[in-house]
Design a binder for this molecule. Structure first.
Ligand code: NAD
Length: 471
């Protein structure tokens, strides 16, 4: 029986390993993590992350061939294949702070693998890492000359939160990069055999290590660039009377462009896009490619601009001040069907409103109050200064309320901001909401989810991203 161990039981490690266990009943999969609360949650009925379909997959194989443990060293030592799916956030201090990937967790995992291993292993980079990381990992793994054969593979993950299980069941492709030596090719074949249990062989792409590592950064950069492109267009639509949905539809019909990922919004979020582009920018700068670095930087700058533009629109629409006014925030997660708030645009929008002394009332069906409070304590991203955690000032704390119902959030509000495209926001009784609000009542739809015309008929003043203002 092949034994797989995955270091890191997060948004990637947990779902990915659950699907491998389900699709490969003859493989034993143990997911390990240094976080006891995370492992306890995986071993309970309340999984630590919300992801449609995940509960069902875990239920089918937990205790059979899928296990979660904090005994990291034991399970790594016993494994044939070790996936490393630890977090690789942006560095906050020292060389490359604010841009470079922080590989501290990766390095400590690699050192531990080297120390506890007694048999040959395939070590798989599942985390997103800078191109050439495998070279450093190889040196760490072999530093103590124990004569163990470590083969390192790059197998970046392309799942999207909110659709992770669907994406893992039916991936567009699986990418495996390895050394061109016979050992490297044998390792690629072993990992390919695992995925081939359910992924059609023509969807499994095998490349050299550096192409695989760079492809992940490239994919995220291209996806984020697409959002920034359509968002840049949305600003021009608002200025000219064009409708961004119509423009997206028109350009998306061109098969060279395609219809996906063309929805204008308040901006992209999530733990990956910004982090991976910053990482790309840093790598380009390290290779003396300043112009290329500037090109990718612009994707983030447009994203920041879109969030600022949204806040400015709210404030200017509400007679140039939101001071003392209640603004309901519907949705805090960075997208629907996840409780993840990492880099969510809601953080910047809420902070912008708090800065203008609004009272905000937040409702999200999957995000807990303590998470929101923690997020709002984070300092805004700044190119020149690392990110610090700062407590919210006592006055700011008083300006924020978290509630568990959209109707409660909007009661007595002057305006509503929709920041996550949760389906339930389409189905709310907006007449009831309107009746309970101060007048004039505003809706600022940062995801273009509501029927603006219907809301205008009720009496709302509606602002939707990239739409004619007087429609
Ligand atoms: P996460 O923070 O949810 O999970 C990482 C886990 O690793 C944490 O639970 C942490 O406790 C654990 N960990 C850290 N160091 C450890 C160690 N030495 N030993 C054992 N456990 C350790 O992160 P995530 O969202 O799952 O992302 C993991 C990687 O995958 C990142 O590099 C990310 O860029 C990449 N990725 C993420 C997504 C996504 O949608 N979240 C998609 C594709 C790729």
């Amino acid at each position: 029986m092949v034994k797989i161990c995955c270091i890191g039981a997060g948004y990637v490690g947990g779902p990915t390993m659950a699907v491998i266990a389900l699709k490969c009943p003859k493989v034993q999969v143990v997911v390990v993590d240094i976080s006891t609360p995370r492992i306890t949650a995986w071993n309970s009925d309340q999984l630590p992350i919300y992801e449609p379909g995940l509960d069902d997959v875990v239920k089918q194989c937990k205790g059979k061939n899928l296990f979660f443990s904090t005994d990291v060293e034991k399970h790594v030592a016993e494994a044939d294949i070790v996936f490393v799916s630890v977090n690789t956030p942006t560095k906050t201090q020292g060389l490359g702070a604010g841009k470079a990937a922080d590989l501290t967790y990766w390095e400590s995992a690699a050192r531990m693998i080297a120390d506890v291993s007694k048999s040959d292993k395939i070590v798989v980079e599942k985390s997103t890492v800078p191109v050439k990381t495998a070279e450093a990992i190889e040196r760490i793994l072999t530093h103590n000359n124990k004569g163990i054969n470590f083969q390192i593979l790059s197998n970046p993950e392309f799942l999207a939160e909110g659709t992770a299980i669907k994406d893992l069941f039916n991936p567009d492709r699986v990418l495996i990069g390895g050394r061109e030596t016979s050992g490297g090719q044998k390792a690629i074949a072993a990992l390919r055999d695992v995925y081939a249990q359910w992924v059609p062989i023509d969807k499994i792409i095998c490349t050299n290590l550096w192409s695989a590592e760079l492809s992940k950064l490239a994919a995220n950069a291209f996806l984020a660039q697409r959002i920034s492109s359509v968002n840049a267009m949305s600003a021009l639509c608002e200025a000219t009377g064009a409708d961004v949905t119509q423009v997206s539809q028109a350009i998306g019909k061109d098969t060279r462009i395609g219809p996906k990922f063309l929805n204008a919004s308040v901006g992209f979020g999530g733990s990956c896009f910004q982090k991976d582009i910053l990482n790309l920018v840093y790598i380009c700068e390290c290779h003396g490619l300043a112009e290329v670095a500037n090109y990718w930087k612009q994707v983030i700058k447009i994203n920041d601009y879109q969030k600022t533009r949204f806040v400015n629109r709210i404030v200017s629409s509400m007679f140039n001040t939101v001071s003392g006014k209640k603004v309901a925030i519907l949705g805090f997660a960075f997208k629907k069907d996840t409780g993840d708030t990492r880099e969510t645009p809601a953080i910047d929008v809420c902070k912008g409103l708090i800065g203008d002394k609004a009272k905000i009332s937040i409702y999200d069906p999957q995000v807990q109050e303590e998470q929101i409070t923690r997020d709002l304590a984070l300092k805004k991203f700044d190119w020149d200064h690392p990110v610090h955690l700062q407590p919210m000032s006592p006055t700011s704390v008083k300006q924020v309320a978290c509630v568990w119902d959209a109707y409660e959030a909007t009661k007595g509000a002057h305006g509503i901001c929709i920041l996550t495209e949760w389906d339930e926001f389409k189905l709310l009784d907006y007449k009831r909401i309107f009746d309970g609000m101060e007048k004039p009542a505003f809706v600022f739809d940062g995801r273009n989810v509501v029927d603006a015309e219907k809301l205008r008929k009720i009496g709302f003043i509606v602002y939707a991203i990239g739409k004619p203002l007087d429609a």
